[in-house]
Design a protein around this ligand. Sequence first.
Ligand code: ARG
Length: 564
Amino acid sequence: MNIKQIIAESIQHAFPELTIDQIASRIEKPKYAQHGDFAFPVFDLAKIKKQAPPAIASSLSSMIHHPWVMKTEAVGPYVNFFLHKEKVQKEIVSTIINSGKDFGNLQIGKGENVVLDLSSPNIAKPFSMGHLRSTVIGNSLANILEKCGYQTVRINYLGDWGTQFGKLIAAYLKWGSAEAVRENPIPELLKLYVKFHQEAETDPSLDDEGRLWFKRLEDGNEEALALWNWFREDSLHEFQRIYDLLGIEFDSFNGEAFYNDKMETIINRLKELKLLTLSDGAEVVELDESLALPPCLIRKSDGATLYATRDLAAAFYRKKKYNFAKALYVVGQEQTVHFQQVKSVVQKMGESWAEDMHHIPFGLLLKDGKKMSTRKGKVILLEKVIQEAIELAESNIAAKNPHLSNKQEIARLVGVGAIIFHDLKNYRLNSIEFSLADMLKFEGETGPYVQYTHARACSILRKASWSAQGIAPSQGLNDDYSWNLSKRLYEFPVTLEKAYGGFDPSIIAKYIVDVCQNFNSWYGHEKFLTEDEEKESRLSLVYATTLVIQECLHLLGMVAPQEM
Ligand code: ARG
């Protein structure tokens, strides 16, 4: 229950025509503190009451009786609410401390399953910035969904199938060296792939060769399979190092190849439903004109299946295996048409769950305003970038706190956290500029700022030898700083609900920055360790703040160190 809802309850008996939520959604925060903590405008209720707004406001004002409300004032068409700060503040802190980690939990999901298709890099290619965004956004959405009461399945749908692997095998057999690949798998395989494309420009027969090898792969040819397996294993091994650095785990690595033997059934279904048509020898599903989508290519004239064919098979498989309530595809916005096509085909097949498939698109990561591309040799090795962030974090920490004991581990949490936070604080569809120096600052809207605020709060508790263990304060605080902070902390559940509703982690990131700013203003005006009758209440609020910061950082996929 948030404060607005509590106020709405105190109002409802005067407006039985409206629900609590309708009333709560009208409640505003006044611009000026002298107008109270909340205001309820009544202009648009004049029709219901057949009275002028000021008259409604003044009669409403006299009808409000609630233990949390100290007084109300009717001012023109508004009723201003002044809360009993001490009482409410104490209630808020008690609620947070008593709920602990569960503070903010919502029951929206009722234990239903959500599958998230995230990360999904292509084997034998470098892990791109786009895959980093998918990983970070997808993981955070999964955490948010879990806190909303869903069970999640994180699926890394590896790009491990398709004609490009025929080309890669052909290239390897022509020009490759086992030793070189073993030593440096991804860059070496990428080189072979690039060479293949260059040579194929003058020698088109190479393309036929590539197709032939993919056909062999699809048919289970041993030599082809062995090479493919090797490339896949080595690539996965490289990717795993990045996932370890990021601290991210998956429930499944079933990639495109996993669906090789599951497409035929789908193609037969499409045939039975008379949805397949021939177009230049290829089999396609025509999509409704009203959607303005190009036909969805299911099988090429040479019999090869496509990206969309595999995504269709995967969607059916996942529905059957997980009976998902939602299937989220966290993939860059350049694939929007693809996901619209796949969803439309599922719809045309008469499956109502097509409505539960959601593409969650995101924008680009830019470097100096330009797309960070892995092509044309401009490989930006993500692992290096992460390592660099960790090193920078380490030197920042060393300057601030040279005696910290486990500097390296904390530098990892801060360096990686900085990258994650920098990504998630922006609305996902916005493109973002990748600047290590900016994201590692200890001030402003950064990961280190939030983590540092948390460590600062922990250090107060340490100095006071304070341990919470479910202790709620026996009295409340009433200064403006602690009051503003407390009110903001209590908004965590509504904030979570908003983030869930928009599949938008940036709402959590912005919220926690704001909480930290409120905390730091209070910190600048308060002597926490003074022995007076409010000490326990202050420490309780500090502790409640650490709980909310930890939970928010967890939702973003970060860790809040106790010290840094
Ligand atoms: N491997 C693809 C790529 O890198 C992304 C896969 C996204 N997921 C999906 N179900 N299609 O572009």
